[in-house]
Design a protein around this ligand. Structure first.
Ligand SMILES: [Zn+2]
Length: 617
């Protein structure tokens, strides 16, 4: 031992030896870190289903029992649009239904139904059937009046059964909605309604027989959702009179007030997308960044925006999904611009991956994958690609860049630029790049273009998931806040996207300044995770895996004397379900875990295909 120490002491190149040792040490640390990135990246918290386990939402819905009668009148204005909204809500909730069109047939006997949903504003369309319906409720039936009724002799005849003591002749303005905390996850506060109109009845309720769950958020407190007991049964009345996609969750929550217990599958995921990240950072300055920070866009992105976004992710446990874009040129012939700044691209991408995030594709450039048959109707000034081949070659350039910079990272998500994607573009992606398992468009589309990528949460026969994003930006407008609570209650999901350049664009709130925008985003996050602490933070692909399970599963609920038994069809390894216990209180659970959300609402995480819940006395 002494010999060795002496040898080292006498060794002439001690300095160099020390450097070599340090160098080897750094190499080992870097290798371990790199392995760490790959390991964490490769392992999804929820894996994709195998192909033979895939069931589309429609196929799953077709197998459920038709327990509900859905009453509509095909003769009325807007009847088809309203009907298709509700058909979608009940498909997603896996509630089986038979449709009765009162234009064609009278009310059938109701013995074989558990619930009825009425999509009529003019109740006289049911004729005397309306009285049979009330008798059925008196005997224990459960009815949702989903549309605001209009004044008619038939409505007058039954209004007291709906708990109404007083009603005005004309509709009144519904410009806000206060959601009680026990009614919906994220309630206990008011929401502003965008583009309001006179859409609700001005009513007074018999307080002894009714419970109000939502009302206008003003001194009038006009009831907008309530339930009224009638004999042994129950009516639930929706009086906000807006039948747009953004209100789906309000209808789902209203429907769940029917029956002893209501159970429906949900997704249970919270995903955050960073569009155009990594990308080429624009040169130069921007008005609001210069105003607030006196710095360049590059400095803002690198030293302010990204560190702030990393802190926010850390605080709430968010997993970002970044959508890579190589260039902002407008080539549409398949040629590429000069080589991009790969150092920044790589740096941002690696930091995102190291945080547990995911990378997906956004495009070679920001020109949508659309060919000459697309017309942007003057809404966008994008070009169309010269040919299928040009589109393919350009996309291959992005894929090659990502393969080079992020080897071993499996990129499985595509997000279309500006949410525009043609059928040819989609087909090209899925044919040429089978690693793409998710196309993520948006849920609320107002640009009325044939090739706007408007989606429902669903999966195709091959397991490719449509996973629409719901809300965007940091300013979180009134509309987005309603959208957020609505989807939190229909699908138990948050799906958000933002761009690094939100703080540069006055249309996305740049005038407020980044500090204010960041505070708005944090207000949203604290509302979201305050309301739903059990919401699972997921990458885009993990969220898609959750969508696959949501699409496949359906539930059969049997209520017995002392509990309920849920049988889950197409159950693979887990299922997420929203449960409202109306007339019962849950006690012990087997086959899953029950987590209280609010009021009588619970999240059930099923671990087996059969779940039993006992009730308290
Ligand atoms: Zn973009």
């Amino acid at each position: 031992m002494e010999k060795i120490i002496r040898a080292i002491r006498n060794f002439q190149y001690k300095g160099i030896l020390a450097i070599v040792v340090i160098f080897i040490w750094i190499s080992i640390v870097l290798l371990v870190e790199l392995a760490g990135i790959q390991y964490r990246y490769g392992k999804m918290s929820l894996p994709f289903l195998e192909k033979e386990e895939i069931v589309t939402k429609t196929a799953s819905h077709e197998t459920v029992t038709e327990d509900m009668l859905l009453i509509r009148d095909s003769r009325t204005v807007d009847a088809d649009r309203v009907y298709s909204e509700f058909a979608q809500i009940f498909t997603d909730m896996k509630v089986g239904y038979r449709v009765l069109d009162v234009a064609r047939e009278p009310l059938p006997p109701l013995d074989s139904y558990k619930t009825v949903t009425v999509l009529l504003t003019d109740l006289s369309a049911l004729g005397n059937g309306i009285l049979d319906l009330c008798d059925w409720v008196y005997g224990g039936g459960q009815v949702l009046l989903a549309m605001t009724p209009e004044s008619s002799p038939h409505f007058d005849a039954i209004k007291s059964m709906l708990g109404i003591t007083d009603v005005s002749e004309n509709y009144t303005l519904v410009d806000s909605i206060y959601v009680s905390s026990e009614f919906m996850v994220g309630g206990g506060r008011g929401f502003v309604i965008d583009h309001p109109f006179d859409s609700g009845m001005l009513v007074r309720l018999d307080e002894a027989r009714t419970t109000a769950y939502a009302w206008t958020d003003d001194e009038r407190r006009v009831p907008l959702v309530w339930e009224a007991t009638h004999g042994d049964g129950r009516f639930v009345v929706d009086n906000f009179g807006i039948y747009d996609r953004v209100m789906r969750g309000f209808f789902a929550a209203s429907y769940s007030l029917l029956g002893d217990v209501c159970v429906y599958p949900v997704i249970n995921a919270s995903a955050f997308y960073l569009d155009d990240f990594p990308s080429q950072i624009p040169d130069g300055n921007s008005e609001y960044i210069t105003r607030d920070y006196g710095t360049t866009i590059y400095d803002f992105y690198t030293n302010i925006w990204w560190p702030d976004m990393m802190n926010i992710a850390d605080k709430y446990g968010l997993k970002y999904t970044g959508l890579a874009i190589e260039s902002y040129d407008d080539h549409v012939d398949g040629t590429a611009d000069a080589k991009p700044d790969t150092a920044t691209f790589l740096n941002f991408g690696n930091m995102l991956l190291r945080m547990g995030g995911e990378l997906g594709y956004h495009g070679y450039n920001h020109q949508p994958l659309c060919l000459a048959n697309c017309d942007y109707n003057g809404i966008y000034d994008y070009k169309t690609w010269d040919s299928y081949q040009a589109m393919k070659v350009a996309f291959a350039d992005l894929v090659a860049l990502c393969d080079e910079l992020f080897p071993d990272v499996n990129m499985q998500i595509y997000v279309p630029p500006s949410n525009l994607l043609s059928a040819e573009g989609r087909a090209m992606l899925l044919k040429e790049y089978p690693q793409i398992r998710t196309i993520s468009g948006i849920y609320f589309e107002d640009a009325n273009l044939d090739f706007a990528c408007e989606q429902e949460f669903d999966v195709d026969e091959n397991g490719v998931v449509d996973q629409p994003r719901l809300v965007s930006g940091c300013a979180l407008t009134d509309y987005m806040q309603i959208a957020a609570i609505s989807e939190l209650n229909l699908h138990f999901i948050n799906n958000h996207f933002t761009h690094p350049d939100d703080a540069l664009d006055p249309e996305r709130g740049a005038e407020m300044g980044w500090e204010r925008l960041k505070a708005r985003l944090e207000e949203y996050l604290s509302w979201l995770y305050g309301a739903a602490p059990c919401l699972r933070n997921m990458t885009g692909s993990e969220c898609s895996a959750a969508v696959q399970r949501f699409a496949a599963v359906s539930v059969q609920t049997e209520i017995t004397e002392d509990g309920m038994r849920l049988t889950l069809d197409h159950f693979v390894d887990e299922a997420q379900l929203m449960v409202r216990f109306n007339d019962r209180t849950p006690d012990t659970v087997s086959g899953g875990t029950l987590t209280h959300l609010t009021g009588d609402l619970y999240l059930l995480q099923a671990e087996r295909a059969t779940v039993t819940v006992s009730f308290k006395e």
